[in-house]
Design a protein around this ligand. Sequence first.
Ligand SMILES: Cc1ncc(COP(=O)(O)O)c(C=O)c1O
Length: 395
Amino acid sequence: MRESYLPFSLPLISEEAIAEVADSLRSGWITTGPKTKRFEDAFRDYVDSSHAIAVNSCTAGLHIALAALGVGPGDEVIVPTLTFCSTASVAVHLGARPVLVDVGEDFNVTPEAIQRAITKKTKAVIPVHFGGQACDLQAVYDVAAKHKLPVIEDAAHAVGAAYNGLMIGSDALQSSHADLQRVTAFSFYAIKNLTTGEGGMITTADDELAERMRLLSLHGMSRDAWKRYESAGSWYYEVVLPGYKCNMTDIQAAIGIHQLGRLDDFVRIRKNYAQMYDQAFSSMPEIEIPITQGGRSHAFHLYVIRLNLDQLAIDRAQFIEELRALNIGSSVHFIPVHLHPYYQESLGYSKGDFPVAERLFDAIISLPLYPKMTKNDLQDVVEAVRFIVSEHPRR
Ligand SMILES: Cc1ncc(COP(=O)(O)O)c(C=O)c1O
């Protein structure tokens, strides 16, 4: 057994990033400013998008995207149930109803499920690129475009992922749907592929939508209001929308600039580790490795195994306890949204509504996968999984 606990995730922050944060702190410019602009420009170039707007979380990005699209009371927003709660709660915040749908065996929402859920009240679709693997994006765009619905991609896991050779967040992904309103929202939360502690970025090809989202991210104050304390800035501003307060700070952007510079390396290591896990587990009938789809470059934010519960004498929760006893951290992504009390009590969902997500939920474990861990750490995880499996065969 390992002597020390291997956390589920740890960030890898370079000395350059630390120096950049110190530089921000010393400069006196600690909120939104030139480094946020630099980070936005670099990110926009990285994913190849017309606009990139830095915000303080992916949740905030999803929220202001829906607000900018005018989603409000009486509207419906389609959301897969196998996601983090905030993909759905942002619709609730605006008085809209999140209409939950089931997912496929690869954990991603299916275009068919979206199609079936569309009603006259539908105002937007939020597909999630689960774990860092893009959903069937062209098919999702096709369904949305047919019904003239905007698509807000929850790309919390998908920075560094690609679909048909194009980065998630890129304008070119919608080249066959020029009129489609699309926003892609990324998360830079502590455990994400690129972190700023807390933070997020939204990209879009749509000039008007970008302008509205930028306004909404900072009180609805007229353009470049953040410059008002500079010598060349002006005290005068106008509030043109009742905006929110979800701008990114230069302290966060300082980390982000350096994380972005290393992102390709981070993703390469994640892919390599995922391959090592695949090799170790693919011969074990008790463990199913994640499904990878063609035409996509998986950013492996998560490595999610499925327990073959027919072959084991313990359930998923006990498996996680045994991993913990062997000093291995793990997690579950996700408790399906429709199983949470709020969604049952206030929105009428119940157990049994989404059989695929529920079956997956009972069997999934996210194993440690991050650039800061070593190959030896990974080997410890593999051995712990093998040991638990060998200790608990179903007879
Ligand atoms: C699928 C998904 N969507 C949205 C979020 C929210 O991201 P943030 O914490 O940046 O608001 C998360 C966070 O973990 C997530 O996993």
